[in-house]
Design a protein around this ligand. Structure first.
Ligand code: KG4
Ligand code: ZN
Length: 414
């Protein structure tokens, strides 16, 4: 299969730029004189086909993305073979678009970085197969990327953040707390024992039939919950945060989901409506579930900060907490986390929303970080496989639980 057709015009160079491009082929930039690394990043781990070209100073030269959200909203969740087919249909166009927007020739790339773990097997396979063909065609080094590592390091593209820092990654597919000590040096402090918060919010939104709500029909579940919660009163429902007795940094969201399912069923009976119709109390339920989710995330994060400070893993003051992933765009949850960082003299940082969700930029940037650190750059890709499941870093969550740190109560006045 032909991947890049250099004669098709997309990558042909306009004559007036010839001298400039010639100089750049020697890494010489008119007006400046420094070495520039350029990485193409490719992301297909879930339901977004994304690509970007980023340079070593964090400049995004080009970016393109095809989101499958609308298709999956209609089917009520991601159907892996459908996601795979959509990735196949779009990957070449998306990579070509990112490259042509960046106005570089593929020969100028220093490396190609692609998410190979963790994620949906069928989706990861499309990105990896495509990338390996490209690597072979262009004779470039390959940098395999861990999707969660990329989420965690994104903040270093937008902010001047030094290691170590704490990261909370919350999305539809992930939920973890980790200490980031270096580009590829992570301590896993806690993770969800069942589903991720975004998955739970998506399920609750589906159960509330928010797709039929005129204000929410095009929103993801989590966004719809946040939107509706603004109109609701969380005090109408008392939903307890999960795992209150477990003094660790793990999370759980499926119990919460079932508790809300029961509440919805009861309310349907009370309001005399059928499953599939929208409850009068939907906004109150959304407000309650959002609040409970925020409190649960805040409590575990608070414990992680205290643990890291107790073990001198983080500085005593001005430590950084980074929150990323699709759920991090929720402003209510951010405020809850801000209460925690204020109480612990930490700084809360979130990448901008478009970099919180899956994107190609974070993969390209992770490639740059790895190039600079000289870590995991492959010149021979033989035997490289994708890994649907792959933990991040060294798991010390048991040790965190054994420390059994009691977390002082904070008023969650949001
Ligand atoms: O990072 P992301 O785009 O994809 C992965 O899951 O990897 O995150 C998507 C998730 C979905 O579950 C979506 O419902 C949730 O992030 N989400 C939100 C908000 N916007 C997106 N959750 C809460 N509040 C939001 N504003
Ligand atoms: Zn993600």
């Amino acid at each position: 299969m032909l991947i890049l057709n250099k004669t098709a015009g997309v990558f042909s160079k306009p004559p007036k730029r010839k001298v400039y491009e010639f100089l750049r082929s020697f890494n010489i930039y008119p007006g400046t004189l420094f070495l520039h690394k350029l990485v193409l990043g490719i992301e297909t781990s879930c339901d977004d086909t994304a690509a970007a070209v980023v340079d070593e100073t964090g400049n995004v030269l080009g970016e393109a993305m095809h989101s499958q959200t609308e298709v999956h909203l209609k089917t009520g969740g991601i159907i892996p073979p459908v996601a795979q087919q959509l990735h196949r249909e779009n990957i070449q166009r998306i990579v070509q678009e990112a490259l042509s927007v960046s106005r570089i020739s593929p020969s100028e790339l220093s490396a190609i970085a692609t998410t190979i773990k963790p994620g949906l097997a069928l989706s990861l396979g499309v990105g990896l197969t495509f990338s390996l063909q490209l690597v072979d065609q262009l004779k470039k080094p390959f940098i395999p990327i861990h999707h969660m590592e990329a989420h965690a390091l994104t903040i270093r593209l937008t902010n001047n953040v030094e290691f170590p820092f704490l990261v909370l990654l919350i999305s539809g597919g992930h939920c973890l707390l980790a200490l980031v000590r270096g580009v590829s040096d992570f301590l896993l402090l806690g993770k969800s024992l069942d589903i991720a918060p975004g998955d739970m919010l998506d399920k609750v939104a589906r159960r509330l039939s928010l797709i039929r709500h005129p204000e929410c029909s095009t929103m993801s579940g989590g966004k719809a919950i946040e939107h509706l919660a603004k109109q609701g009163n969380r005090f109408h429902f008392d939903i307890k945060p999960p795992m209150q007795r477990a003094k660790n940094c793990d999370f759980s969201f499926s119990g919460l989901q079932h508790a809300i399912d029961k509440t919805i069923m009861q309310k349907e009976k009370e309001e005399g409506i059928e499953k599939g119709q929208i409850l009068c109390s939907a906004a109150d339920i959304a407000a309650a579930v959002q609040h409970t989710t925020a409190c649960h995330l805040a409590k575990r994060t608070h414990r992680a900060i205290l643990f890291c400070k107790q073990r001198n893993l983080l500085p005593q003051s001005n430590a950084v907490l980074v929150v990323s992933g699709g759920v991090a765009s929720n402003l209510y949850i951010r405020k809850a986390l801000e209460i925690v960082t204020n109480a612990t003299q930490c700084t809360l940082l979130c990448p901008p929303p478009r970099l919180c969700t899956d994107n190609g930029i974070m993969i390209a940037w992770n490639g740059i970080e790895r190039l600079r650190a000289g870590l995991g750059i492959l010149h021979n890709v033989e035997g490289i496989r994708y890994e649907p499941k792959c933990p991040l870093g060294v798991d010390i969550s048991k040790e965190v639980g054994e420390a059994a740190i009691k977390v002082p109560r904070l008023k969650m006045k949001i």
